[in-house]
Design a protein around this ligand. Sequence first.
Ligand code: TRH
Length: 400
Amino acid sequence: MTIRSWDIFCTVVDNFGDIGVCWRLARQLAQEHGHAVRLWVDDLHSFARLAPEINPASPLQQLAGVEVRPWQPGTDKDFPVEADFAPHDVVVEAFACDLPFALLQRMAAAPRKPVWLNLEYLSAEDWVGEHHRMTSPHPRLPLVKHFFFPGFAHDTGGLLREALLGAQRDAFVSSPAAQSALWHRLGVQPVAGALRVSLFAYANPMLPALLAQWRDGAEPVQCLVPQGLAAQQVAQWLGTSITVGEPGQHGNLTLNVIPFVRQERFDDLLWACDVNFVRGEDSLVRALWAARPLVWHIYPQDDEAHRVKLDAWLARFSRIGVAGETAAAMTGLCHAWNGYEDYRDPARQQAAWAAFRAQLPALATGVDHWQRQLQHLGDLAANMVSFCEAQSRNSGTILG
Ligand code: TRH
């Protein structure tokens, strides 16, 4: 029995991660699996930052083989839009968003009930494997929800990774023309011999100290900052505005603010840099696939809950077989970058960058090794397809 169609529901809580993951998943299901995908998004303005063709005012549009529809979580007001609306073979509520009750009723009443998945946030914690694929019956309707967890271990759903990603990366890395085209698009003049760093981050108390360290250091550093929170902080540090296409030279530091690019083009930036500072969830995964040293600014949560997640991820990195000082350099800079108390002192922050810089070749080898291992988990989209096909076979809910 085959799965052929998907409804994916996304609410944009904050920033770009929710829509970033949903849009990537939707494209992959449509393009690599040939499935029909309807992507429901509550904030088309945020979506348009990742995919500029999106018209925020449109009630129905097609992009990259995906049907895009607006919706309002937690209300039946605008749902369902057509009287003959029928849910697709799989209904995904991304990150526990609140599906309209009218939709759940349609799902329960369908002659072949859809497979219902809650796609969870990414975490490297050990408990994820125990909760992956767990079920939860609806309290009133004859429906069962399945929890699907992305992750870094064999007992999880793995990570999103397009089938052609490795080949695209290799082609980019070996093509000076593709690299020149990137710099042209970004309005950047590459500085020969400089350490090239991309910096995608939330506002970060350590940023001024790091910029000063690069400015005053012996090595030329070119730092590329996408428009957004970190770019605003850079402007504050400089005490002046900084615009795309106009680099700032400060001692040994060249600063470029670069445009926020469409999602398919974000990888080029990561592939072209020696070190990538990334944040949240989706850009972390992309930086891993880029196989370059990376520094993770994790999405802050109440009660410092994110620190447990960060430390679980760092612990996994330290277990892949890197030397103790390499793992320590990664942990030190990530702790400093995420505001751990031990690193509030600027001298310790500077030492954290210096240790990371000294370990750069070993970090590059380690991250490359890790991303090769992670590819063995299979990619999240394909794992979701297999899981749903097995569910539909077992329950006989969907005709083949
Ligand atoms: O934007 P984020 O901080 O999103 C966050 C996290 O996902 C977090 O876990 C979640 O809880 C919170 O949102 C609500 O970081 P993230 O996940 O990396 O998403 C950024 C997306 O933006 C990613 O898909 C890459 C994309 N991007 C572009 O398309 N172009 C760009 O120029 C840049 C810098 C990013």
